[in-house]
Write a new protein. Structure first.
Lengths: 141, 209
């Protein structure tokens, strides 16, 4: 029962996070391109194309987790993306760059709190990825 | 299997509704001053800024000037600037007054005033001698006219009107750029948009007739 509750809570959470995050970027690609430029990593000519297509990837991952078909694949993608974001935020913060996270809104300067928040979101994604193994392990005990 | 299809259809409808809700058709009042192009241009860019903000300086000198040259002369893009003076900036209202006064003389004078104020921002924002910078940039006749126009109390009302427009649109920072494609709002962007990104965005919309 507890696994079922955890499964649905994490699944809805991750799906919601990715659908929402993708949607706000899809809705204003130019603002997202400005946020991406703030990281001082991406060549200028790639900013707008990334701003156009990346939100679709996020929404696809969110929809995949929500629908539940091949959920491990989608949860794996979500985990990889979240780990990448956490690393990117940490590196940008350590470089002393005053950038906007652009994660869930465009008025969200990178701080230890944003790094911690994005890092915490990885936990439910990892759970969904490794769920089968975790269940087996606990049911043996 | 059927269950999955139903879910997929539900999701599709959900996104469709969301996307439609996101399309806004807000239109700014044509207050402010036109820097380039005409109101008949297919793309309209409206910028809320002030002369003391360093990001606005960078935006005007590195992005807007290039767009003016490349698109406004052919009337593909119309650029409108709105004053959004900040209360904590000492010279925002004074510089905005000069810009409004210059707009009454003509676009060429207005552009000279923009160039002079942004290029020499570090100087006048330090010593407050805005007139010295403008005198060096304008002809004697233009400078005299500018000073005469700047005395008009109606200018203060115009600046207030634009400030109210910014507040009405819930703006908190400068520069903020609104982009309209054939009257329909396509973007509201806070911060400096680099030239290549803005150019690509304009091209996308010009090609998407």
């Amino acid at each position: 029962m507890i696994f079922r509750i955890l499964h649905w809570a994490f699944r809805l959470f991750i799906a919601g996070v990715f659908l929402y995050s993708g949607y706000i970027k899809y809705h204003d690609p130019l603002q997202f391109a400005v946020a991406l430029n703030g990281y001082q990593l991406i060549p200028e000519q790639f900013l707008l194309p990334i701003a156009h297509y990346f939100p679709w990837l996020e929404m696809l991952l969110g929809a995949g987790v929500l629908v539940g078909w091949k959920i491990r694949w989608f949860a794996g993608g979500a985990t990889a993306l979240l780990l990448f974001f956490s690393l990117l935020l940490t590196v940008t913060y350590l470089r002393g760059i005053d950038a906007n996270c652009g994660c869930f809104s465009f008025d969200d300067p990178i701080s230890p709190l944003t790094i911690l928040r994005d890092g915490a979101i990885v936990i439910p994604a990892i759970y969904l990825l490794l769920e089968g193994g975790i269940r087996k392990r606990f049911s043996r005990k | 299997m059927l269950d999955h299809s139903k879910r997929a259809i539900f999701l599709l409808l959900f996104f469709l509704l969301f996307s439609l809700a996101g399309i806004s058709a807000t239109q700014m009042e044509p207050a402010g001053y036109i820097l380039g192009g005409s109101l008949n241009a297919p793309i309209r860019i409206e910028v809320f800024s002030n002369f003391e903000c360093t990001h606005c300086r960078e935006y005007y000198l590195r992005t807007i000037k290039k767009i003016l040259k490349e698109y406004c002369d052919q009337d593909k893009v119309c650029i409108i600037y709105h004053d959004f003076p900040f209360k904590n900036h000492l010279y925002d209202r004074k510089t905005a007054t000069y810009a409004e006064a210059a707009a009454r003389i003509g676009r060429a004078t207005l552009l000279k005033v923009f160039d002079a104020l942004y290029t020499n921002q570090a100087t006048w924002s330090e010593d407050g001698n805005i007139e010295k910078v403008l005198k060096a940039a304008l002809s004697e006749n233009e400078f005299e006219k500018l000073m005469e126009n700047a005395k008009d109390p109606a200018i203060a009302t115009l600046i207030d009107k634009q400030y109210d427009l910014a507040v009405e649109n819930k703006l908190e920072s400068t520069p903020t750029t609104f982009i309209f494609d054939r009257g329909e709002q396509k973007s509201k962007t806070s911060g400096t948009i680099i030239y290549l990104v803005l150019k690509s965005f304009i091209e996308e919309h010009l090609n998407n007739k």
